[in-house]
Design a protein around this ligand. Sequence first.
Ligand SMILES: NC(=O)c1ccc[n+]([C@@H]2O[C@H](COP(=O)([O-])OP(=O)(O)OC[C@H]3O[C@@H](n4cnc5c(N)ncnc54)[C@H](O)[C@@H]3O)[C@@H](O)[C@H]2O)c1
Length: 448
Amino acid sequence: MKNICVVGTGYVGLTTGTCFADMGNHVVCVDIDQAKVASLNAGSMPIHEPGLGEILVSNLKAGRLTFTSSYAEGLKDAHFVFIAVGTPDDGQGGADLSQVRSAAKSIGEHLDHPVIVVNKSTVPIGTGDLVTSIIDEYRRPEARITVVSNPEFLREGSALHDCMEPERVVLGSEDAVAMEAVEGIYAGLGAPVIKTDLRTAEMIKYASNAFLATRISFINEVAAICDKLGADVKQVALGMGYDSRIGPSYLDAGLGFGGSCFPKDVKALIRMARDSGQHPQMLEAVMEINRDRRRWVIDTLVLTLGTLKEKRVAMLGVAFKPNTDDVREAPALDLIQRLQNAGAHVRVYDPAAMENAAAATEGVDFASDAYSAADSADAVILVTEWNEFKNLDLVRLRRLVRRPVLIDGRNVYDPAAATDAGFEYHGVARGIPPRSLPVIESETRARG
Ligand SMILES: NC(=O)c1ccc[n+]([C@@H]2O[C@H](COP(=O)([O-])OP(=O)(O)OC[C@H]3O[C@@H](n4cnc5c(N)ncnc54)[C@H](O)[C@@H]3O)[C@@H](O)[C@H]2O)c1
């Protein structure tokens, strides 16, 4: 059993702290948000993360997990301090390190014994050294520290699973003994451990996220070409994915990536590249292609409806992906803004993210389910592929709308079924419209 302090109780800190407690450690989580701390101590989840609430409550009851806003309390007797605060976009493409700086300062001010400081936040290369220097500036002489980088790879929506069954653990430090001590925390999980230096560990996280974002932009670029040439990108991705050198994941053409990680991390890597004299042309294209996906929705609507002025648009899903309530950098928010700028009225339904969406938008109506969102709409846009949208009764939906325009931004529906239900269906590069297919087949046969 280790005494672990986790600083920051967002998606990463809360999941990490709860899982470490569940693994038998004594965990104290520190967060400056006092309201959040109070509700967490009462067993109430501030975020939507499947399965995490139950583990939180059982570990609170077992006395292995507590929450506080006091650094002194959190650091008392700690062997390890994990920093898991936010590193959002600073507005100029770089990572805003103010939360990390402030956490490091507070750790330095309140620490009274040696600890290993573990950086779990996604931070630009070199931040491990920055954290060391800030803590060194404020700490007492006896409170010696070693910093280890341990980037986090969990995905919102499956955070509990990813934390308990990581595909790899990455550790970076100049101190092999400290790294081994951190490795000990993960020993029971059976994951491969990559031990390297601080900067390389920090880069592994950025390179991983940038690569996944690149796959998404790649398939979206292929989709744009498929769209012009009449190929079905969903089948193309399927055909590619069986190749073991390629694999099937992150090849879903759609409205592009969002969320609190990919956009800001790709931008931060671009910034790091530029600052170091490089020209990150591929990463820039990744971001540009991603922006174009949202334009496609507006262009398609304008082509179909003529003008968006006074048109009613139903949006199914606002979370940046299913199984989360997170709307940070969600494609839906960008779309809402573009639709409103064009004069449309937007009504949204999302199973979990409407509260966060209400805080992030103005002038949006919220509905209690997909059907009431679609009532009298001039167009329906599927933005987030929640399971509950996959089996909607399209005939019922068709009866409710004012105009039968369906934009399937995640290629969830069968184009033929949507067309048969009476919709004018617009998926992302779904190939030749179903009713034209026999012509193509007979031409092929004639040629053969
Ligand atoms: N969200 C993800 O899916 C994910 C996955 C992998 C890595 N990451 C990275 O992990 C880090 C945390 O992400 P998140 O989504 O959990 O962030 P978040 O914004 O959800 O949570 C950050 C938390 O830190 C708290 N905080 C801020 N300053 C503090 C301070 N000085 N002391 C104590 N608490 C403080 C905030 O109140 C908040 O509760 C980021 O660097 C992110 O890039 C996130």
